[in-house]
Design a protein around this ligand. Sequence first.
Ligand code: DX5
Ligand code: ZN
Length: 225
Amino acid sequence: MIIAPSLLAADFGRLAHDAARADRSGAEYLHLDIMDGHFVPNISFGPAVVAAVRPHFRRFLDVHLMCSRPEILLEPFKKAGADGLTVHVELGEAVGPLLWKIRSLGRKVGLAINPPTHIGTVRPYLSQIDLLLVMTVNPGFGGQPFIHECVPKVQQVAAWRRELGHSFRIEVDGGITDETATECARFGADTFVAGTSLFRHRNLNAAVQRMQRKALAGAESLALA
Ligand code: DX5
Ligand code: ZN
């Protein structure tokens, strides 16, 4: 199970400090939500900020591009230190070339899907990705309530992963708490993006370890199902 604190919920006046806190918490991923004010109605931060936090987080920088034209951003984010680059299936025809380009840059390949989008849209790409991100809120803002209707999409991609013998990670993002992490793990999620529910704790280490334990417990109940 991988816990991925989302820097979107950190103190924007002290991003390097909060990236270092995430590093000390033992979290394996740091999730970076990139918003362009076009694909989503919000703007967050760009390659320069990722480069600034890179020295403070030693493990995997998980960059989630909520951008309409990610093709012009892939190399700048690689240069900034991104380890994984995730683009949205809602980009349609552009998705195939984008996944190929991310792979050619030697980065881990992620594909994200928004709540209203039919899960079948990701099926053609499953052999080309390292991570499938099932959004459990409509993208653009942290602190939103978890959309339970997205859980069957997790279950569906987990079934496809088993049937097709793939090993991509299944990541969930949005409204993830100890409880919703447990629920998503029960249906096959193994990577958990959490902003509000983690960064609001003074003791980030304890919050990350607790969510890890809860997710593992959820996965075990899957095994028993
Ligand atoms: C939405 C963002 C958020 C963020 C986590 O576009 O992707 O989901 O990562 O937000 P919380 O954990 O605060 O719901
Ligand atoms: Zn995200």
